[in-house]
Design a protein around this ligand. Structure first.
Ligand SMILES: Cc1cc2nc3c(=O)[nH]c(=O)nc-3n(C[C@H](O)[C@H](O)[C@H](O)COP(=O)(O)O)c2cc1C
Length: 344
């Protein structure tokens, strides 16, 4: 039996539901090519950060001011702008290069926390050939004067403002840290999002006890990290409009993980940590695992699999909600005689 892996994501027809999520691997033309050759359905470029664009603009206006103060004839003076290939320009030219060589859709990514003039970069990404845009919302709501509704409204405003700049599809990559996640997801759809990417991983700072420095560490994910996106995709899928796209990200390492993501209703399953750990060729292994399982279980297509165990289809929908908490805690059995470590 041949298995049909085709899927649709953000209005794009993909040959496979396995997608390379944003990472340093996807931002280099040579590795992006290896990832494509290994069989991905689409490639998401690493993010261009709001701070990078804003800093670049501050630097540029500083250098212009310096020029006008130094030279009397400054009206016609333009300091080295033609050679000022900043981070934004470099991003756009990498995007153009990868897109020109790629047979699969290329999704550009913007990481942001506030709306502003810099959002025009969304349009520049579209002009550079991006097939879709991923808006990666990343903030820590640390200001005690701001209520949840206020913070959420800023995020929604940002989604709306990116939507206004582009005609290509926009997916919004979110963290799970919203107090009423389903409600926020619905409002993101109303503001024009075409898809959700669930969930971004927050990298928590650590402490170095010797130097007392706060240190940033990137810890790669484990398959158990998939459980959070699984729960929320299962809950949201039946509630979101038909044709609205959902991508699963966090903890997808194997064919089994891709299957779980699709079964709860994701259109694509994204991978970063597994590719960083095993290299681009790992996509072939994951695809082979996916095909083998589907063949063994008589599934002919991804379409047939998708959503077969979402919140509405599950035999016990409460398993995705609160009842699951109690059952899970009660499933832990302490060793009878109190001996540790417990026998395996
Ligand atoms: C080194 C590294 C760089 C990343 N860079 C980005 C990025 O630029 N933009 C983004 O949206 N996500 C970025 N991510 C997050 C990944 O795209 C992905 O969502 C996350 O790692 C969870 O997936 P995983 O479990 O397959 O790693 C990065 C992750 C890693 C490990």
């Amino acid at each position: 039996m041949t298995v049909d892996l085709r899927t649709r994501y953000l209005g794009l027809d993909l040959r496979s539901p396995i997608v390379a999520s944003a990472s340093p691997l996807t931002g280099v033309a040579d590795t992006a090519r290896l990832i494509e050759e290994a069989g991905v359905g689409a490639i998401v470029l690493p993010s261009l950060f709001e701070e990078e664009i804003v800093n670049e603009e501050i630097e540029l206006s500083r250098s212009l001011e310096t020029g006008s103060e130094q030279f009397a004839e400054a009206l016609g003076y333009f300091p080295t702008i033609p050679s000022f290939a900043g981070v934004g320009d470099r991003y756009l030219s990498t995007l153009e290069r990868i897109k020109s060589k790629s047979a699969v859709p290329v999704i550009a990514s913007l990481n942001a926390s506030t709306a502003g003039g810099w959002v025009r970069y969304a349009r520049l990404m579209q002009d550079a050939g991006a097939d879709a845009l991923e808006l990666n919302l990343y903030r820590v709501a640390a200001d005690p004067r701001r209520a949840a509704a206020d913070v959420e409204e800023s995020d929604l405003e940002l989604i709306g403002s990116v939507r206004d700049w582009v005609s290509i599809p926009v997916a919004v990559k979110l963290s799970p840290f919203y107090s009423a996640f389903a409600g926020f997801a619905r409002r993101a759809v109303e503001r024009g999002a075409d898809g959700l990417v669930l969930f971004n991983r927050f990298y928590q700072p650590d402490l170095d006890l010797e130097t007392l420095d706060v240190v940033s560490r990137v810890d790669l994910s484990r398959p158990a990290d998939l459980r959070l996106p699984l729960r929320w995709i299962a809950i949201l899928r039946p509630q979101l409009p038909a044709g609205f796209s959902i991508a699963a990200t966090s903890g997808i390492h194997s064919g089994t993980d891709v299957l779980k993501a699709l079964m709860v209703g994701a259109d694509v399953a994204m991978m970063t940590s597994a590719l960083l750990r095993h290299g681009p060729g790992h996509i072939r292994t994951v695809e082979a695992e996916l095909r083998a399982w589907m063949t063994d279980h008589d599934y002919e297509s991804v379409a047939q699999l998708r959503g077969s165990v979402d919140h509405a289809a599950a035999a016990d929908p409460s398993a995705f909600e609160r009842a699951n908490y109690m059952t899970t805690l009660h499933s832990w059995t302490a060793p009878q005689d109190g001996a540790y470590p417990p026998p395996a």
